[in-house]
Design a protein around this ligand. Structure first.
Ligand code: UD1
Ligand code: CA
Length: 449
């Protein structure tokens, strides 16, 4: 069944005490809303609509950056969750199949749970609501179930004492045929304690129209919403704990798991070893058997089998390490391919470059890739030997089996097999330092008299 996602993200999130809209606060290195979208991808949605409101311009920009196909609609006034969903109606006009409503501030919903909702729809339920047994039901909406069927949802503010005693709560996630959903919303009013158009009322509307509704349940942990900075920090801890456990389960060695930080999409292969105090930003894949040594920071990069990174290395977006490549301490790699067996071991910057197989890059090498306006490319051939403290002024090519002498400023291409030497010729002055030292000492003595 084709599916569209509607992600509600119009709320301000006053309790975050932030100028930023709530859904733009980050969890696992990406905006909050991206987590709900990630879960929704399990349904292979054909359309994804984000309902923005507070900070709509910023939310739109972030949504597009995350996924250019996301459609953003703006809810100018937050008149309730049903009103929010209704904003998606014009862009989803004429779609076939289901709509699934998610909240942008609820990051832990799993794809597996959404698939169970989809299965309940396939099983014949017209409206499927995701509920959970709450340890402390607090102010959640309550699901009223009679004879196995969901008859209505009552918001806490509008609930009787008896209804408040129900522990089965509403997560907010709903699935129904898209056309039907919008039709049901037409039947929702705002005559309630909040004066809002409640999405939850679609259940009673559906039942009144002779349609069926069921509740699918999930673990309470999945429905955790973020409202405050403290909840965001707790959610980050929960997210990191889950990522660490998953990596360990998959056969990755984490020497000090609690000191390793993952992004939402970090992928690490079996038998990789991650030493303490490593941070993964978004977009990192590390293949089997690689080793990431302590205090390294990686984002947007790929580390192949048996490569070794760090300690104290920084891999920036576009860093591509082939099998067995080595990137050592105080080395930064950006938008550069380090081929199989190449070594970049000490105090070096390699940016916008290609480093050939088995090349050796000496300590203190810099690709001078930026002229203040444009970025330029450096090519270093296979088995090249770059002497320590070489400045490679890009665009420039050092050929296969070529060499640069220590301290060379490479401003022209070096042919295959050749050596470039470009430094000031050294002189020897006998007895110079001792003589100068005595003079300086005399001068100081004269001053302090
Ligand atoms: C809602 C549910 C409640 C459920 C709870 C779970 C309704 C009426 N109530 O209550 O049954 O137990 O979530 O957390 O649906 N939003 C908009 N536009 C609006 C209003 C809300 O985009 O006009 C968004 C918010 O940004 C948020 C989500 O919808 O992401 C839920 O809104 P919120 O006000 O938090 O609903 P609750 O009162 O918590
Ligand atoms: Ca809420």
């Amino acid at each position: 069944m084709p599916t569209s996602l509607i992600v509600l993200a119009a709320g301000q999130g006053t309790r975050m005490k932030s100028d930023r809209p709530k859904v733009l606060h980050e969890l696992g290195g990406v905006p909050l809303f991206a987590h709900a979208l990630g879960a929704g991808r399990a349904l292979e949605p054909e359309r994804v609509v984000l309902v923005a409101g507070h900070g709509a311009a910023a939310v739109t920009k972030a949504a597009r950056a995350f996924d250019p196909e996301i459609e953003v609609v703006v809810q100018d006034a937050q008149l309730g969750t049903a009103h929010a969903v209704a904003q998606a109606r014009p862009v989803l006009a004429g779609v076939t199949g289901d709509a699934v409503v998610l909240y942008g501030d609820t990051p832990f919903i799993t794809g597996e749970t959404l698939e169970r909702m989809q299965a309940a729809r396939a099983g014949g339920a017209d409206v499927v609501v995701l509920g959970f047994e709450a340890a402390d039901p607090g102010r959640y909406g309550r699901l009223v179930v009679e004879n196995g069927a969901l008859t209505r949802i009552v918001e806490f503010k509008d609930a009787t004492e008896a209804e408040r005693a129900i522990s089965l709560c509403n997560s907010g996630v709903v699935a129904a045929d898209a056309d039907l959903l919008f039709g049901l919303i037409d039947g929702v009013g705002n005559d309630n304690a909040s004066g809002e158009f409640y999405l939850t009322d679609i259940v009673a509307v559906a039942r009144a129209r002779g349609l069926s509704a069921v509740a699918v349940t999930c673990d309470e942990a999945e429905t955790l919403g973020i409202n405050t900075r403290a909840e965001l920090a707790a959610a980050e801890a929960q997210f990191q704990a889950a990522m660490r456990a998953e990596a360990i389960d998959n056969g990755v060695t984490l020497i000090a798991p609690e000191t390793v930080f993952f992004a939402f999409d970090t992928w690490i292969g079996g038998d990789a070893v991650i030493e303490p105090n490593v941070v993964f930003g978004p977009g990192v894949t590390v293949e089997n058997g690689a080793r990431i040594r302590a205090f390294s920071h990686l984002e947007g990069c790929h580390v192949s089998r048996d490569a070794v990174v760090g300690p104290f290395a920084r891999l920036r977006p576009g860093a591509e390490l082939a099998e067995g490549a080595r990137v050592g301490n105080f080395v930064e790699i950006k938008n550069a391919e380090i081929s199989a067996g190449a070594k970049v071991n000490h105090l070096t910057y390699i940016g916008d470059a290609f480093v050939g197989a088995e090349a050796n890059i000496g300590a203190g090498t810099i690709t001078c890739n930026y002229d203040g306006v444009f970025k330029h490319h450096t090519h270093i051939g296979a088995r090249a030997f770059i002497g320590s403290d070489t400045m490679l002024v890009a665009p420039v090519t050092v050929g296969d089996d070529a060499m640069t002498a220590t301290g060379t400023v490479v401003t022209r291409d070096v042919p295959d097999g050749a050596m470039a030497v470009g430094r000031t010729r050294m002189e020897i002055k006998d007895g110079f330092w001792r003589k100068m030292y005595e003079k300086l000492k005399d001068k100081k003595a004269a001053q302090t008299k």
